[in-house]
Design a protein around this ligand. Structure first.
Ligand SMILES: *[C@@H]1O[C@H](CO)[C@@H](O)[C@H](O)[C@H]1NC(C)=O
Ligand SMILES: *[C@@H]1O[C@H](CO)[C@@H](O)[C@H](O)[C@H]1NC(C)=O
Ligand SMILES: *[C@@H]1O[C@H](CO)[C@@H](O)[C@H](O)[C@H]1NC(C)=O
Ligand SMILES: *[C@@H]1O[C@H](CO)[C@@H](O)[C@H](O)[C@H]1NC(C)=O
Ligand SMILES: *[C@@H]1O[C@H](CO)[C@@H](O)[C@H](O)[C@H]1NC(C)=O
Length: 426
């Protein structure tokens, strides 16, 4: 019967060990808390300012709501301080070097969120027990949803960078009583630092003071992942730009032109609505993209009106004579073309010259020329009519071409301006 004896002996030894360990931990716990007054902060007796080391770890970025100007992150604070009342001699307590104590039994710093998005928040609801080391070091972790107010600057949307602050302070204590130092926890690199829409580019900490109180800012800088907006909004708008000019290539007497122009106009309005829904309603610098869209909506409205005008002249009765001034304009451009094509290629047919004005420089030259010559002809009263009377349809085609290049120029100008401003501010 050797085995049972050994077994009972082992059981006896183990239980002795556990009872004694349990006893010493319990004794330590009771001894520490016996004379402890949790309402008095550590360091009051020695008349010193309590140093808090606060480390913030952002575990997830939930959202940056540009419309409500709110940043929501999940994060936890890792707070360290020393409480000289909670020290003990390890050897007197079976070598216990630390003990976990519920935060409701000890003094804990009340960390206030100073710039909340909704209501004031004191961290500590979701917190660990406090690890108390034998030398009085206290280690406390508390995590929560942090929603802060954040000034959204949408000027460069969608190439924008947003800077949001998490501003905290030990609630009520002056700097001479509780002095916190703040930093981001760098070793927690395992957490993703962004989400599908935003990417964390920089973190920073800064302190500021207000009548004896010390505040700490944790600054997060997020960059928008613009690829989605680029492909779903900007590329379609650029395509729409081209579409809006195609209207001048539809035959002038075709009434469908007007519905085409109106459709393009409405498409711009749709995109403007989408963008306005995604940006703050009261932003002082307006988004360059929405200004661009407003310019495009105006341009599209002008194109629609110009189209109506051209359709109107193209269906004029052939009995109505074409005014001399228009005939003069047309003959000027066609003469120039004829002269030039004769020099370049004498065999070339010059009947549809207006249609052949292809390059921008050509157009600019012709307009400049026409302006000059109209002026001189008006002052002298000399009407240099072409050899044959143009029909109204030819007049319409002539205006189509001029307007096509005019609006092409305006569109390119706006687009280049948009990208210049965005790049200059990026
Ligand atoms: C608690 O205070 C009592 C009397 O004030 C004292 O006798 C005792 O030693 C103190 N206990 C500890 C653990 O400091
Ligand atoms: C604490 O220290 C300050 C100056 O450092 C002194 O004015 C004050 O009287 C001290 N208070 C106590 C309770 O010792
Ligand atoms: C801790 O207690 C042991 C035994 O009571 C003693 O020998 C030792 O000097 C103490 N250590 C300190 C740091 O007080
Ligand atoms: C800290 O953050 C607040 C709130 O965003 C801001 O008003 C203040 O200027 C910031 N201070 C510093 C020093 O960054
Ligand atoms: C608070 O701590 C900072 C350094 O962490 C120090 O420069 C400053 O003087 C301290 N303030 C007080 C009132 O002790």
């Amino acid at each position: 019967m050797m085995v049972p004896t050994v077994f009972y002996f082992a059981v006896f030894l183990t239980s002795c060990f556990f009872v004694s360990a349990h006893n010493s931990a319990e004794r330590l716990y009771n001894d520490l808390l016996r004379n402890y007054t949790k309402g008095v902060r550590p360091g009051v007796e020695s008349n010193r300012s309590l140093n808090l080391d606060i480390f913030l770890t952002i575990s997830t970025l939930l959202n940056i709501n540009a419309v409500e100007e709110v940043m929501s992150v999940n994060g936890f604070f890792y707070i360290l301080w020393r409480d000289e009342r909670l020290v003990w001699n390890k050897t007197e307590y079976d070598g216990h070097s630390s003990i976990m104590i519920d935060p409701s039994l000890l003094w804990t710093p009340r960390i206030l969120l100073v710039n909340p998005a909704r209501r004031f928040q004191i961290f500590g609801t979701y917190s660990s027990e406090i690890r108390v080391e034998f030398d009085g070091l206290m280690i406390w972790t508390t995590g929560d949803l942090i929603e802060t107010n954040c000034n959204i600057n949408i000027r460069n949307y969608p190439f924008d960078i947003q800077t949001c602050d998490i501003s905290i302070a030990p609630f009520g204590y002056l700097e001479t009583e509780v002095n916190q130092s703040s930093s981001f926890m760098v070793q927690f690199d395992m957490f993703p630092h962004g989400n599908g829409e935003w990417e964390l580019v920089q973190t920073n900490t800064a302190d500021w003071y207000l009548s004896g109180y010390k505040f700490s800012n944790f600054t997060l800088q997020y960059k928008r992942k613009y690829q989605f907006v680029l492909t779903t909004i900007i590329v379609p708008i650029l395509i729409l730009n081209v579409m809006s000019l195609v209207v001048f290539r539809i035959p002038p007497n075709c009434g469908e032109r007007i519905s085409f122009a109106v459709t393009v106009f409405l498409s711009y309005i749709v995109y403007l609505t989408i963008i306005v829904d995604n940006i703050p309603k009261t932003s002082s610098p307006m988004s360059l993209l929405s200004l661009y869209l407003i310019a495009k909506v105006s341009m599209s409205a002008c194109i629609t009106m110009a189209t109506v005008f051209i359709v109107q002249i193209s269906v004029k009765s052939p009995n109505t004579p074409v005014p001399g001034r228009i005939v003069f304009l047309m003959s000027m451009s066609s003469k120039r073309r004829t002269a030039r094509s004769k020099v370049e290629d004498p065999a070339e047919n010059t009947q549809d010259d207006a249609k052949r004005i292809k390059t921008k420089s050509d157009r600019a030259e012709i307009i400049a020329n026409v302006d000059r010559e109209t002026e001189s002809s008006l002052t002298t009263g000399c009407h240099n009519l072409g050899s044959k009377e143009p029909t109204w349809e030819e007049v319409a085609i002539y205006f189509d071409t001029i307007l096509f290049f005019f609006f092409l120029f305006v569109m390119l100008l706006f687009t280049v301006m948009l990208f210049t401003f965005v790049c200059a501010n990026a």
